[in-house]
Design a protein around this ligand. Structure first.
Ligand SMILES: [Fe+2]
Ligand SMILES: [Fe+2]
Length: 140
């Protein structure tokens, strides 16, 4: 669970940083809103960890190992399309890990519905990012 806690926390920071950098107002607002939703995930995961007697622990930079580059790099050096593609990779990683955990814990549990909610949010993020990438790429 600390894995999700760390990933979600990394995404909060990443999306907030990206929203400040991206000039397109609509994309910027979507990233800001996504950051807010990831913060809700951080909070609901933290609550679950505490419920099971644990202490939410930040495992450090989770994003760089997944993407093979640092979050700062992606944000600064590449265009909006690459930035969104990197975000899609992260969301897909989160989704596949949520799915794995859902299968592991089984249903009829508070944690089960929470994991589902977070999973669906990530799916919605992914869809929006992907359709925006498609739109941007169709312009060239
Ligand atoms: Fe999330
Ligand atoms: Fe997400």
């Amino acid at each position: 669970m600390n894995w999700f806690y760390s990933l979600e926390l990394n995404q909060v920071d990443l999306y907030m940083a990206q929203s400040k950098l991206v000039k397109d107002i609509y994309i910027s607002k979507v990233l800001e809103r996504s950051s807010f939703i990831e913060q809700q995930h951080v909070d609901n995961i933290a609550a679950q960890i505490k419920k099971f007697g644990g202490e939410p622990t930040m495992l450090g930079d989770i994003i760089s190992p997944i993407l093979g580059k640092t979050a700062g790099n992606i944000t600064a050096a590449f265009g909006v399309t690459s930035l969104l593609k990197a975000d899609i990779m992260l969301e897909k990683k989160a989704m596949s890990d949520y799915k794995d955990l859902i299968i592991k814990i089984g249903k009829d549990d508070e944690l089960f519905s929470l994991l589902w909610s977070n999973l669906i949010d990530e799916d919605l993020h992914t869809s929006w990012f992907a359709s925006k990438v498609e739109e941007l790429e169709s312009l060239h």
